[in-house]
Design a protein around this ligand. Structure first.
Ligand SMILES: [Zn+2]
Length: 310
């Protein structure tokens, strides 16, 4: 078992959020982020650089909207992190990805440091069955009827969707496994880690399941918050703030209540990259070994089968 981490400024635990931008609109974003800011949470908001011509259930606002882009720059100035969620909500080929990354740098002053693959985009990197290895991969393929086997091409240099080298050059942290536990670090004590079989990703990190407002609020129940604090752990909550947090411009009462309670604790509330960079300094073994990897993969597969984790 790893020793308890001593957090900066003697904080008792760490908590942040990675907001997946699916279905986002500016009005609701403003409501959510004003509240987070008021409570002094500085978290990570992912974005899409541009719109797609393809109709898509996940479609949401992108940086092509000037007012949105202005607002993103404003929250970035306040200390929120802008993360990457691929170029847009549908698949992009290498050239489009390259241009998209350039735009990101132009908008926000630097490459995106942190990202999560978006759903079914073909350019997703080490995604689908490639998230797993060995027997876990076989089980996953059987469960998904092989639909996600060799479908994602971000790491495949023979594909039009290849951008592995650009990922390596631009992005530091990529999300893989999401667990139901509030204490992400307890489930994945190795993070951020390198995987020798996935050379185009610099470091991987895990997250906690807060996919929509219901799951998020459940994950930060009083009991779970108290345990996260007691364990001195770290939570990187993965969520879609567009999914049930706001109704007619009003923020969910339960979300507000639970976040207010959490903000009253002596936690380190910094963006995902700040947290991951701090953990990286502490990590002595950057590369995950095969036993550790198998252990993570089994835990995730079990969560996925039982709870439908992301
Ligand atoms: Zn997404």
């Amino acid at each position: 078992m790893k020793e308890k981490i001593i957090w900066p400024n003697k904080k008792k635990f760490a908590f942040t959020i990675f907001d997946d931008t699916d279905r986002a609109n500016l009005e609701d974003c403003k409501v959510v982020y004003e509240y987070l800011d008021k409570l002094s949470f500085k978290t990570t908001k992912s974005i899409w650089v541009e719109q797609s011509n393809e109709k898509n259930y996940d479609a949401g606002i992108t940086c092509e909207n000037k007012l949105y882009l202005e607002w993103l720059k404003k929250i970035q100035k306040k200390g929120f992190e802008i993360g990457y969620h691929n170029t847009t909500y549908s698949s992009s080929k290498r050239q489009e990805i390259d241009k998209g990354l350039e735009k990101f740098i132009k908008f926000f002053g630097h490459s995106p440091k942190v990202m999560a693959n978006h759903s079914n985009n073909k350019e997703n990197i080490y995604w689908g069955s490639n998230r797993l290895s060995g027997l876990r991969k076989i089980i996953y393929n059987i469960l998904t009827c092989y639909k996600k086997n060799n479908y994602y091409k971000g790491q495949d240099s023979s594909s039009l969707y290849f951008w592995g080298d650009l990922c390596k050059k631009n992005i530091t942290f990529v999300r893989n496994f999401v667990f139901a536990d509030i204490n992400t670090l307890k489930k994945c004590p190795y993070m951020p880690y390198k995987d020798i079989d996935k050379p185009f990703v610099n470091y991987w990190f895990a997250s906690s399941e807060g996919n929509n407002s219901k799951k998020f609020i459940k994950c930060i129940s009083n009991e779970n918050q108290d345990r996260l604090e007691k364990e001195g752990g770290a939570c990187i909550m993965y969520t879609h703030f567009a999914d049930g947090f706001c109704k007619n411009g009003e923020l969910s009462k339960d979300f507000k209540k639970q976040m207010l309670r959490l903000s009253g604790k002596d936690g380190w509330f910094v963006p995902a990259t700040t947290l991951l960079e701090f953990l990286r300094e502490k990590n002595q073994n950057e590369f995950i070994n095969n036993n550790q990897k198998a252990n993570l993969e089994w835990k995730w597969l079990l969560d996925k089968i039982l709870l439908g984790s992301t």
